[in-house]
Design a protein around this ligand. Structure first.
Ligand code: FES
Length: 87
């Protein structure tokens, strides 16, 4: 598990091992638009302000992944304990 922090509110939410970031935020009324939910379409792309992403998508190039400034919360996770999202 890891945590996601919503930059606009400062609130932090736990993402359990068996759920996605999108699902974890949805439980708290924060909706991220999704389509494929498999890391293919790019619909859910969210900016990352802090923390290291564990990219699991097929959408970004390796260079884009290395920049670590956006990720696909429908499937990607975090390598650090907290990921701060530009939401
Ligand atoms: Fe398609 Fe996340 S919903 S990449």
């Amino acid at each position: 598990p890891f945590q996601v922090k919503v930059a606009s509110s400062g609130a932090t939410y736990e993402v359990a091992a068996n759920e996605t970031v999108v699902q974890a935020l949805q439980k708290h009324g924060i909706e991220i638009l999704t389509s494929c939910e498999q890391g293919v379409c790019g619909t859910c792309i969210t900016r990352v302000l802090q923390g290291e992403c564990d990219h699991r998508d097929l959408y970004f190039t390796d260079d884009e992944k290395a920049k670590n400034d956006q990720f696909t919360p429908c499937c990607s996770r975090a390598k650090t304990e907290v990921l701060v999202l530009d939401l």
